[in-house]
Write a protein that binds this ligand. Structure first.
Ligand code: SF4
Length: 325
């Protein structure tokens, strides 16, 4: 039967990537859903492909590491309302859904509890928007999950509810990279009409910047939407300076600013993606020698106490060479 539909199902995945046949697919998918958008893995055949390394389940996800954390960035410590997080006086974070088009295997928000809702109830949604609108914050970050996993109507409802009181709105989404067809002309026109809305995308490797992804990014940039990128430093995926430099060069060529390079957070099941922070700092220095200021992301860590992001070098200094996150 010919492959069809926007996602690659299990049977097709096992046929295309035979090394998956050894895996406990059900067990791994129960821990964190497996979603493989067909467009994202177009032409990906080798186990070393950076896209496959981050989208396909891996037996190492079932290993337990003593530094795993249930809440790696301290969201629960700073959540005064369901689906809302406030770590800074000037910013509020709204988690519009837990759903994503692609579940990145390294994700730090693997919070899909069996039986728990993946979306706010109508009462929680109303409470969340009222809380954020009355917060006095200068910036609201619409996140998730992926905020573009909700409908245009719901996204625009959130933006419209916040616009009157919060001057800077941000949409943090990986959809332009993982599911670029989501970036429709109607979505872009709606965001541009409600501007300024900043869009922060999430690409980790130049191999993800396929022609449909480039079309999606250009569509937003040409509509006047500021687009920035956040990458995560991932062992075996992009932890070499050539890969990081290639990503920055491609992003800059697309007029997307490489804003952050995140040190990986210690979520259960992602230990095989973690990079030693001192090595991360060395890689970042090497990248600085290879790229201009507009191609250089800040290398940051999101602290598990919920206090927010700081440069990894500063954090290493604080920890006096004994990093434990
Ligand atoms: S898109 Fe973001 S929230 Fe969703 S799985 Fe990937 S890293 Fe996690």
């Amino acid at each position: 039967m010919p492959a069809s539909g926007p996602f690659v199902g299990r049977a097709e995945a096992l046929a295309r990537w035979p090394w998956l046949r050894e895996l406990d697919w059900e067990g791994l998918a129960a821990g964190f859903p497996v979603h493989i958008p067909r467009a994202y893995v177009e032409g990906a055949t080798l186990p070393s492909d950076p896209r496959l390394l981050t989208v396909l389940p891996d037996a190492r996800e079932s290993l337990v590491d003593p530094t795993d954390r249930e809440d790696p960035v301290g969201d629960a410590l700073r959540s005064p309302v369901a689906w809302g997080v406030r770590k800074h006086a000037d910013r509020v974070l709204l988690l519009l859904t837990k759903r994503c088009h692609l579940y990145c295997r390294y994700c730090f928000r693997r919070n899909h509890e069996p039986g728990a809702a993946d979306d706010p109830s109508p009462a929680e949604w109303a409470q969340l928007l009222a809380w954020a609108a009355g917060s006095g914050a200068r910036e609201a970050i619409l996140s998730g999950g992926d905020p573009l996993a909700v409908s245009d109507e719901r996204l625009f409802e959130a933006i419209d509810a916040l616009r009157a009181t919060i001057p800077v709105l941000r949409v943090h989404t990986r959809a332009p990279i993982t599911y670029p067809h989501r970036i429709t002309p109607a979505l872009v026109a709606g965001l541009a009409a409600r501007g300024p809305v900043w869009v922060l995308v999430h690409a980790n490797h130049a191999a993800e910047l396929t022609p449909p992804v480039e079309t999606a990014l250009r569509r937003m940039v040409e509509a006047g939407i500021p687009v920035l990128n956040q990458a995560v430093l991932l062992a075996g995926v992009n932890d070499d300076v050539d890969a990081l430099a290639a990503l920055s060069e491609r992003l800059v060529a697309l007029r997307v600013f490489p804003y952050y390079l995140h040190h990986p957070d210690h979520a259960a099941g992602n230990a095989h993606f973690r990079v030693d922070p001192a090595r991360g700092v060395a890689l970042h220095r090497a990248l600085r020698a290879r790229t201009s200021g507009i191609g250089l992301p800040a290398y940051v860590i999101d602290l598990p106490d919920g206090s927010g992001k700081i440069p990894v070098e500063e954090w290493l200094g604080r920890e006096a060479g004994a990093p434990k996150v």
